[in-house]
Write a protein that binds this ligand. Structure first.
Ligand SMILES: Nc1ncnc2c1ncn2[C@@H]1O[C@H](COP(=O)(O)OP(=O)(O)OP(=O)(O)O)[C@@H](O)[C@H]1O
Ligand SMILES: O=C(O)C1=C[C@@H](O)[C@@H](O)[C@H](O)C1
Ligand SMILES: [Mg+2]
Length: 176
């Protein structure tokens, strides 16, 4: 069904890269890899702890190394971190090694989905709305630039979003 070797998920925090990614992988019978989880498990620490210890730059260099490694696999679903698209080399690797699916989500929905979540270092501190808006302003065009497909998240549950995402991918792959 998938003529492309890999499916890469990009998009803002809370867009569903992990949640929808796992379900898409199960549906298509492909292994699922979450870059944030891989980085945390490789270094035996949480993403938040790596940010604290090494700063954002330290985390980004680990993220790029892992993205390069995993994007070379064949036939996986890879959920990237929301900031992975900042590095142009990461963007090139994603474009050239698989189908890139952007999961889009608006700030109101992000605030709702991540209401009780304290695990995202980029969202630490006050004014979550302002932070999310500024991340969207800086990054949405980067996701859009590399996306083969854009899935617009609605105010709906995962069970309702999943079949729409599957249909979008199947239509795309049929055309390839
Ligand atoms: N389409 C959806 N509809 C409703 N809730 C969703 C949807 N996608 C994700 N969620 C919920 O939003 C929360 C965040 O989703 P998830 O962790 O998958 O986002 P993410 O894109 O991986 O974020 P990050 O970049 O921070 O890792 C989870 O609680 C998840 O259940
Ligand atoms: O928005 C970001 O830059 C991040 C998102 C997460 O997926 C993690 O990769 C990390 O917390 C950084
Ligand atoms: Mg995630």
């Amino acid at each position: 069904m998938n003529p492309s070797p890999n499916l890469f998920l990009v998009g803002p925090t809370g867009a569903g890269k992990t949640t929808i990614g796992q379900r898409l992988a199960a549906h298509f019978g492909l292994p699922f890899v979450d870059l944030d989880v891989e980085i945390a498990s490789r270094y035996g620490d949480t993403v938040t702890a790596i940010f604290k210890r090494e700063g954002e730059a330290g985390f980004r260099s680990r993220e790029s190394a892992h993205l390069d490694e995993f994007s070379r696999h064949q036939g996986i679903v890879l959920a990237t971190g929301a900031g992975a698209v900042l590095d142009p080399l990461n963007r090139d690797a994603l474009i050239s090694r698989g189908t890139v699916l952007m999961l889009g989500v608006d700030v109101d929905e992000q605030l709702d989905r991540l209401r009780d979540d304290g695990t995202r270092p980029m969202l630490a501190g006050d004014d979550r709305r302002g932070r999310l808006q500024s991340l969207a302003d800086n990054r949405n065009h980067l996701y859009e630039d590399i996306a083969d497909l854009i899935f617009h998240g609605r105010h709906e549950g995962v069970d309702s979003a999943l079949p729409r995402a599957i249909a979008l991918l199947e239509r795309h792959w049929k055309r390839c």
